[in-house]
Design a protein around this ligand. Structure first.
Ligand code: MTE
Length: 327
């Protein structure tokens, strides 16, 4: 996951003046909702798309019905949709940051089922449309910190994973949750060899049940673009980005710590916990600072925050644990 060459989209290319702040984005959506309510949308067509798509920033059409979330992160400038959708890690579609946006078009996101298996009273298969209706969808902005040293601020859409888990009746013996991504060598023909596919990630049960852990179905008010893990992914905002498995097809409850793709590939570099921690360096680079994607190249790097700034909500999960050992 080490960045070896300059990225094509981020950094100096998009001036921060072109990044739409969340307030403006939300105001625009509020305005549109009000216009719809008053019948003014009759003339919408082009006008609506103008409102939704100013400047060079790619904009979604606010297709998901969402509600605000008390758990949203405020006071941060949002990363542009262009950067969020063109600077990706999704190795099944290639290892360059620009590969997923170029190659993930063929991911078949409908029909889409998620299998719930393992230590649950009633194993089942849930289709994505049921998942979308299970709980009100929330706008939940989070900082997103990649282990490679870059970060973004993303207005995700989803709801707490705990809401889904509650409907699954896990057995008391379930201590961990494993997430498995879609895998089809014919579709994901760009995936490098040397990794255990399908992509696997996992959380301890209490981490999975923490309200911050987001079952994510969209961003910027629209469904997830394929390259961002359509149609459903996990986002764990206090952990490095690789913990956030994309395009998941299976959620498995286990009594043992599940094996995970990056931990299997390089256990001394990528731990199971992988909480964002500026005090524990990656063996090959420091984790003290980060580069916010979309800021000009001369912008100073940001200090990385313990637990990515979400310590108030999650630090207690790790009371008594040596976080240097359990990196
Ligand atoms: N999920 C799958 N299935 N495959 C991947 O390669 N990469 C991970 C994570 N989830 C990955 C994945 C890594 S390393 C990161 S940093 C984030 O997805 C990137 O998410 P983004 O492209 O939406 O920013």
């Amino acid at each position: 996951m080490l960045i070896r060459k300059p990225d094509p989209v981020s950094g100096s290319n998009i001036p921060s003046s072109e990044i739409t702040p969340k307030e403006k984005w939300l105001n625009r959506r509020t305005f549109i909702a009000a216009a719809a309510a008053s019948g003014a949308v009759a003339l919408a067509g082009n006008r609506l798309s103008e409102i939704l798509a100013p400047s060079r920033t790619v904009h979604a059409n606010a297709k998901l019905q969402t509600v605000p979330s008390p758990l949203t992160t405020t006071g941060e400038q949002l990363t542009s949709l262009q950067n969020i959708t063109h600077y990706n890690n999704f190795y099944e579609f290639g290892t360059d940051k620009s590969d997923p946006s170029a190659n993930a078009g063929g991911l078949p996101t409908r029909p889409w089922n998620v299998k719930i298996s393992g230590l649950v009273k009633a194993p089942k298969v849930i289709d994505i449309d049921t998942i979308l209706k299970l709980h009100p969808l929330e706008d939940r902005t989070y900082r997103f910190r990649c282990v490679e040293g870059w970060s973004m601020v993303v207005p995700w859409v989803g709801y707490s994973l705990s809401e889904l888990i509650k409907t699954c009746d896990p057995l008391p013996s379930a201590k961990y949750v494993q997430f498995l991504s879609y895998w089809d060598r014919h579709v994901e023909k760009w995936a490098p060899g040397g990794y255990n596919w399908p992509y696997s990630e996992g959380l301890r049960m209490d981490e999975a049940m923490n309200p911050l852990t987001l079952l994510t179905v969209g961003l910027y008010g629209d469904v997830l673009p394929n390259q961002d893990g359509a149609p459903v992914r996990i986002i764990v905002p206090w952990k490095y980005g690789f913990k956030s498995a994309k395009s998941i097809v299976q959620i498995k409850f286990t009594d043992k710590q599940p094996s995970t793709t990056w931990n299997d590939a390089a256990p001394n570099e990528y731990g199971f916990y992988s909480n964002v921690n500026p005090n524990v360096d990656h063996p090959r680079w420091s984790q003290a600072t980060e580069r916010r994607i979309g800021l000009p190249f001369y912008a100073p790097r940001k200090q990385t925050l313990m637990f990515n700034g979400y310590g108030d909500q999650v630090a207690s999960l790790y009371n008594g644990m040596n976080l240097k050992k359990y990196y």
